[in-house]
Design a protein. Structure first.
Ligand SMILES: [Fe+2]
Length: 433
């Protein structure tokens, strides 16, 4: 149960970690790969522009109008047949010589969505006219466009002009780009996954040790709880079975009432230790067969204070205080030690009071013989709203006959086992107190 819980939590955490890390590293990988994409597209663009620039007439001075028209037509052909959507040629003084644009829908969108807004913002491409190749990448409809300016130098390294182009990655290039991106993302996802897989057995092995240690500690603590409870139960009833029985009654009732695990643990600790303060009461009062005198009864009451003192000193036992301090309070305020009434009495203590009195009435004590089940229920019912919380009592009476039958027929060893199982059910879960 505990181990399965850890498996589940670990797998959930590793899975979430895997997703988160994949997303972060995937984004990082994508941006790194963008540079590779830029290089790829730029190489292609430059190769294509070299093709165009083989014809040196574009830059010859004093072109006739007819020659200009013919050359413009040639550039238009390049655009129609190649990947450029804009081609502009400038002389060395950045005076525009030629300009052709594609009427392709993608190219128009690229112009409307990227180039024109940029120009309107005053970020015209003046800054791109330098002695080096400059470029900017943008995406339109998921397609890569590269706007770039190449300075052109002749054989004697003299700059004679610029070529500005907007290069559109065609389907084939986009497929290459997607392959680059997907490959790197898959690599990221796979490496993170492999790391998680590697971590899993390591963390599990470490956890196994921890679980064993926690189990040992719980065993030790619960063992101490049982021993302490039994020690005191033996003082006034010869056996530990009173403690086993009240714990079984209280836990069964609390389960029916739907108590939270944390509260249930407090109730169990309280059930074991409810009368621990009797260690401070002398035998002639504790074991007196007859009725106690007023003075003796006052001393008897002090077992509640002694008990609170004892459990209050130890963090793990402190949980029992609700029951230890309040198990003799009565619903109508006539109990001790604080004369609390109604819902001022902790819920745990109200549950426990019913279990405790039910067991006292149905058991033999130094001063009395056991009452029958029917007589006991009669007494409890008469005390509804006086000694006991009526709502809780009603639930207890409904389940009491079957429960009493089971407990009455069981040997001490069987009772011990029933109680052990109940305790384990609430203490050996993941959220340890
Ligand atoms: Fe008591």
């Amino acid at each position: 149960m505990v181990v399965r819980n850890i498996h589940k939590r670990l797998i959930t955490r590793l899975f979430l970690g895997w997703i988160a890390l994949s997303v972060v590293l995937g984004i990082a990988a994508f941006f790194i790969k963008l540079e590779q994409i830029d290089d790829l597209v730029q190489d292609l663009a430059i190769a294509e522009s070299k093709q165009i620039l083989k014809d040196k007439r574009y830059f010859s001075p004093n072109l006739s109008e007819q020659e200009h028209r013919i050359l413009t037509e040639r550039l238009n052909n390049h655009i129609e047949n190649g990947n450029f959507t804009v081609l502009e040629l400038y002389d060395a003084e950045v005076k525009k010589l030629f300009e052709v644009d594609s009427k392709n829908a993608d190219a128009m969108d690229a112009h409307d969505n990227y180039i024109e807004p940029k120009e309107k913002l005053g970020k015209a491409n003046d800054s791109m006219f330098t002695d080096n190749i400059t470029y900017e990448r943008f995406f339109v409809h998921g397609r890569v466009f590269l706007q770039y300016v190449v300075p052109l130098f002749d054989g004697s390294h003299k700059k004679y002009g610029y070529l500005e182009g907007v290069y559109r990655a065609d389907d084939h290039i986009m497929e290459d780009i997607w392959n680059i991106v997907i490959e790197s993302l898959l690599l990221v996802v796979a490496s993170v996954f492999a790391t998680a897989i590697l971590f899993y057995p390591i963390v599990m092995a470490m956890n196994k040790d921890l679980i064993k240690l926690t189990g040992d500690l719980s065993d030790a603590n619960i063992g101490m709880l049982e021993s302490l409870g039994s020690a005191i139960a033996k003082r006034d009833s010869d056996t530990s079975s009173h403690n086993y029985r009240v714990t079984i009654y209280a836990v069964t009732l609390a389960e029916e009432l739907g108590l939270e695990v944390e509260e249930m643990r407090r109730l169990i600790k309280g059930s074991f230790l409810h009368d621990i303060g009797k260690i401070g009461i002398s035998d002639n009062i504790l074991l007196k067969p007859g009725k106690l005198t007023d003075e003796e009864f006052e001393q008897m009451k002090s077992h509640v204070t002694h008990g609170s003192d004892i459990v209050g000193k130890y963090a793990w036992l402190k949980d029992a205080v609700d029951v230890v301090a309040n198990h003799h309070e009565k619903y109508d305020g006539s109990g001790y030690l604080e004369s609390l009434r109604g819902e001022d009495i902790p819920y745990n203590a109200r549950i426990f009071a019913i279990a405790d009195v039910f067991d006292a009435l149905t058991s033999k004590r130094p001063y009395k013989e056991p009452f029958s089940y029917e007589k006991t229920i009669e007494i409890l019912t008469e005390s509804s709203g006086k000694h006991f919380d009526p709502k809780i009592l009603e639930v207890f009476i409904d389940l009491s006959e079957q429960l009493y039958d089971k407990v009455r027929k069981s040997e001490d060893e069987v009772l011990e086992k029933i109680m052990h199982d109940l305790v384990r059910k609430f203490f050996y879960t993941m959220n340890h107190s």
